[in-house]
Design a protein. Structure first.
Length: 276
């Protein structure tokens, strides 16, 4: 296959009990049905809060299965719990083996690799970073081997959380927003041993497209909602949407899309679903 088309969606926050964000997912689903990409990648926070309601994850699985395209997914903090991070941050709902296993029972492995159009595409479970779970080291060992065996192929990494805001070593404004500083060194060392040209993420509910060296960092806009500026500082584009990619041996084309029909829930709706 000379070209490979992929649509990234993220932060859909789906729930049978809390359906406030289902409308935007349906808009994304219709767009996917028209485009018919080779694959869809969901970069996490499939569910509103699977750590409290296991049915949220099941509902998310049913929604993803309804897409008119094959898909891969990786978990977010609302799917399997969050990871400890910088400045002693401890999440109120930490990641556990049991939550990851439940996720994998629905969606398959929490990390994976696809080889297409001369590229190696890798999905990572960001929630394992600094978790201390045995899965964390197992994933890192797998990543080192998977990157080393990429040979001359360019690599794209998909991860729920951004690797960084602007630089590898930087003051952390919000400890749970990015990959923890202590994990960046091993992760970057593994990536620098390969030709990693794309690091695609979600989590922040803002769209952003910037470069670190030869690696393009793409923050996919959330499908479900954005956050008010008084709750979350603006570092990117606060619109709902998705990202379309076209991979080929020559490189990758990136197209941020913001469907006008996607609505942006008001703050009071967000407060009903999440305490913000």
């Amino acid at each position: 296959m000379n070209t490979f088309t992929l649509i990234q969606i993220t932060d859909t926050h789906l729930s049978r009990e809390r359906p406030e964000f289902s409308g935007n997912f349906e808009i994304a689903s219709k767009l996917i049905g028209k485009v018919k990409p080779d694959v869809v990648v969901h970069t996490g926070d499939i569910a509103v809060e699977a750590t409290a309601r296991s049915d949220d994850l099941l509902f998310g699985k049913e929604a993803m299965d309804s897409l008119d395209a094959p898909y891969y997914a990786i978990p977010g903090n609302h799917d399997v719990g969050d990871n400890p991070s910088d400045h002693g941050y401890m999440p109120p709902k930490p990641v556990t083996d049991a939550l990851v296993q439940t996720y994998e029972d629905h969606f398959g492995p929490d990390h994976w690799v696809i080889d297409q159009a001369g590229w190696r595409l890798i999905g990572l479970n960001a929630q394992l970073f600094s978790s201390g779970l045995a899965r964390e080291q197992q994933q890192l060992d797998w990543l080192v081997e998977t990157l080393a065996s990429a040979d001359a192929r360019p690599v794209a990494v998909f991860c729920h959380k951004p690797l960084l805001r602007d630089a590898i070593h930087e003051p952390v404004d919000v400890p749970y927003r990015y990959v923890p500083l202590v994990n960046r060194g091993p992760l970057v060392a593994a990536m620098d041993a390969a030709d990693v040209r794309l690091f695609a993420c979600g989590h922040v509910h803002q769209a952003r497209d910037h470069w670190r060296g030869n690696t393009r960092h793409v923050w996919c806009p959330a499908t479900a909602f954005t956050l008010p500026d008084d709750v979350q500082p603006r570092v990117g584009d606060k619109r709902c949407g998705l990202v379309s990619y076209r991979f080929s041996p020559r490189g990758v084309e990136v197209d941020m899309q913001f469907p006008a029909a996607m609505h942006h829930p008001e703050a009071d709706v967000l407060r009903k679903v999440y305490a913000i």
